[in-house]
Design a protein around this ligand. Sequence first.
Ligand code: DX5
Ligand code: ZN
Length: 216
Amino acid sequence: MALINPSILSADFARLAEEARAVEGADWLHVDVMDNHFVPNLTLGVPVVESLSKATDTPLDLHLMIQDPDRWAPQYVEAGAGSVTFHAEAAAAPVRLAREIRALGARASMALKPATPIEPFEDLLPELDMLLIMTVEPGFGGQAFLDIMLPKIRRTRELISRHGLELWLQVDGGVSASTIERCAEAGADVFVAGSAVYGADDPAKAVRDLREKAEA
Ligand code: DX5
Ligand code: ZN
């Protein structure tokens, strides 16, 4: 299985509904929420997610790069998100937060910045539906893929298998036709791609090409 989640961070924000439809066939639409505190960039918030969820049938995969996700994540579920990812570095009570997201009916997911190891979170994995390993420093689209994250992806896949868990392993940052195979080989199964999809002449075709490479 390979899920391809285009990131609307690389889309035209004045035409979000249209841009969402341009990637029909994608599994989820990845929505990056940035608050200019957790990361040095600012994007969008709850009202935009609410409108976007009404404008597309593709489920929304929210990536919260914000401080205090404990307070905000539930509001994104209520706004229509099907999956909500909070950062391990920002959550005050990750287990309680994951349970709350699930109780509200969405998939619960936790993200790790490049310098955050997976090992301290091993016991939390059963509380999650997905783990996101950042393959760039969060904050901006279009950065170069960090190859040095491949061992972490591999170790995380081993932990997931050892515990017999079902959770998805997502990679985000610099994922493209030239890097996706390495991610898949290391054990990722959900692939976020911003510039590689929205920077292409035909975004829907870019999604199909990425899927083919990931499943090869
Ligand atoms: C970066 C965001 C990513 C971003 C990826 O902090 O989390 O989702 O959109 O963009 P690309 O695929 O261009 O690296
Ligand atoms: Zn993201």
